[in-house]
Design a protein around this ligand. Sequence first.
Ligand code: ATP
Ligand code: MG
Length: 327
Amino acid sequence: MKKDVLKKLTAKPGDKHKVSDFRTDYTAGLKKDEAEKLLEENTEKLAKLQDKLYAHDRYSILVIFQAMDAAGKDGTVKHVMSGVNPQGCQVYSFKVPSAEDLDHDYLWRIYKCLPERGRIGIFNRSHYEDVLVAKVHPAIVLNGKLPKINKVEDVDDKFWKKRYRQINDFERHLTENGTIILKFFLNVSHDEQEKRFLARLEDESKNWKFSASDLKERAFWDDYMKAYSDMLTNTSTDEAPWYVIPADNKWFMRYAVGQIICDRMEELKLHYPILTDAAKQEIENAKKVLAPQEEKKPATPLPRAKKATTIKDKQEEKTAKKGKKTK
Ligand code: ATP
Ligand code: MG
């Protein structure tokens, strides 16, 4: 991706951000068919890169998606990852925490789902819900039964600052230990979300995607935008910057996500393991065993086959000859 385009999509670490500063319909001058072609090429590239990631065995990739409902998280995961070996990637969707989750700190359930070395892990929602939906509805924080957090008023600015710091510390720890973190906020406009909800209501095949709670959360749009802006300002870091992806055009969103993942993985200079001389010699030896050369045939002739005597022997000889003919 061109540097100036990437710059437009990056929430610069250290700066104060507002979601409204990022366009939701930007397409970097690309046409739909051009972006689709690039996405296809990147899908193939990504499959090869993942293969090398596994062989290289030094890094894992964690791709995080956050967005308002109907922004297109599911479709983006499906399209961008469509070429990757299913054994090389894993997708986790984080829903409302369970009672067991709530008996631990909020990163516990996240830690359990981190990708192992060599793999690409996709988070459909993530620990960022704990500074998004939880910030819009602070009563959620009380469910975590934290010390000294007993009423909604206790969930103040200081509390959120601490939580952003914890997330940054957590992500720094991961990146210092070989996890590359790519964070995508799929930025859909209020109008486009309405169109997509209406499409879900009108098209019977999409009815199942609609949930009344989506409409309830839409009523909190401004609060969510404020929470997303705070998230970008406080958690876009040099190790793990936020990419704000224009989501009004699905084709551009999918292209942009795929391109950023490919570019980042290419920077890692992944390669297949370099063999030691001893390992190379072993390969040569194995080749000799599996495909012996002509001159390696035994010098002394093999003993002549015994002449068939019994009826059973004759039958076996016949079938053996037949087999040779058909080969
Ligand atoms: P889709 O609707 O496409 O199936 P989705 O990600 O919207 O995907 P839902 O089951 O509709 O899935 O929503 C999951 C819900 O779980 C969201 O409303 C989200 O805010 C909520 N959630 C996720 N993590 C937390 C959390 N830590 N605390 C409270 N709510 C959470
Ligand atoms: Mg939903």
